[in-house]
Design a protein around this ligand. Sequence first.
Ligand code: FAD
Length: 494
Amino acid sequence: MADPQGFLHVAKQEARKRPVDERIHDWREVYAPQSPCERAREVSEQARRCMDCGIPFCHSSSAGCPLGNLIPEWNDLVRRGRWDAAAERLHATNNFPEFTGRVCPAPCEAACVLALADTHTTGSVTIKRIEQAIADTAWERDFVPPVRAALRTGKNVAVVGSGPAGLAAAQQLTRAGHEVTVYERDDRLGGLLRYGIPEFKLEKSVVERRLSQMRVEGTHFVTEVEVGVDLAVPDLRDRFDAVVLATGALLARDNPDVEGRRLDGVHLAMEHLVASNHECEGDGATPISAKGKHVVIIGGGDTGADCLGTAHRQGALSVTQLDYHPALPEERDEASAPWPAWPMVLRTSPAHAEGGVRRYEVAVQRFLGDASGHVHSMVLAEVRLTRDEHGRRVITPVGEEIELPCDLALFAIGFEGVEHGPLLDDLGLVTNRRGALSCAADWQTATPGVFVCGDAHRGASLVVWAIAEGRSAARGVDVYLTGSSELPAPVHPT
Ligand code: FAD
């Protein structure tokens, strides 16, 4: 039984971050490490703030957690010091709480009754912090042993892509007794967890630990194989009874027509982040370093914030982040403006506390280069954002042009959907108007036996949605292969 008045006695306390001066000199996670004892004491207090309100929007997939995490249940178990049971309840709905506990923007917290009534409380329950504490405690105390399938079905499944959607589908299907092989074209596993999200948000040892568990459970992994190219589609279909496409939505939006786009030093954000993550993996110095440079990031969203934090850690001279949206009435931190209460594009991340300048209502007009063809500055215009009669964005330059020094420019302006190529062509699949792959209610695409999940289905989204869709698609595959399934399906295709 939860403490119905706990929130009246205990104030909300977020996890402490390491001082900026310290953290921008290394790649370790932003949050301050705590001893297991100190963490257990503080987090148990925080869990007391959950009153098990009886209206848990936090774990409804429409308003809060797409995974349907049993948040009031594990809050109460943590309050009572039952970390083993809390870990069991957390893993009952989430394959990888150590990822979401670190990187999820926590729609559950925005949906918490204490946040909705925030003039009478000190804010939402710190659900994400509690989730991470349960997950980390579970690994430390060995509460997450590998789960081996009780029986083998003799069916073979290929999962294409090793991001959180592919990994969740693979783990569910392996545990259901299928022989699962995950194909990844990169040299390491993890998708955007590995080469998109920087180390200071998610240390890669956390990903490796989960992959080791999956290997012991029997999931097979093959890296540096691009399905459709290195493994032709006819061979794929011959060898596997079902295929899950978890290939992400990695087609980055560009601005190819802006003057100077092809100058050296003008890159897509993902080129910068992937190269930096390779350097953190020990693969040698990044060819796109911000060291000693004036960096300009075009785009005010999450990817832009990750470039900001990365540029500071690389030793940038200055970092400016541009957005054509107007500024919020005042700069707000994550706690006071949790996503999705404010538009995602203007969310503030811990990287914004580390320095840099944000400029709103501006758009790049052109880049200027030197004789060697390297960018040295960019010209901005002040703009106003309006909508036309169809609701489409119209960005109109107003006022004077401004010139900014810039020797590294990074376009972080979103993603357009699934990459095109032989995989889709040879499977006979086409993308929809969102650039994603459509599917039926069982996650099967128009090609029988081929399923889809994660960003490939949803468009660029969140880790928590990728895991939820991977789990749900696994059920669809299980039913397709065996006629029934006990696997859960927390969400349905859009
Ligand atoms: P991905 O993670 O994109 O993985 C797809 C994988 O498929 C890739 O590894 C790719 O190489 C592989 N692949 C593609 N085609 C083939 C093929 N033919 N053969 C073999 N392999 C193939 N979300 C959050 O919740 N919190 C965050 O803080 C956050 N930060 C982000 C930061 C950045 C910079 C970016 C870009 C995204 C961020 N996201 C964040 C979003 C989140 O990472 C994605 O929503 C999530 O990773 C999608 O998972 P996925 O498994 O669908 O695809």
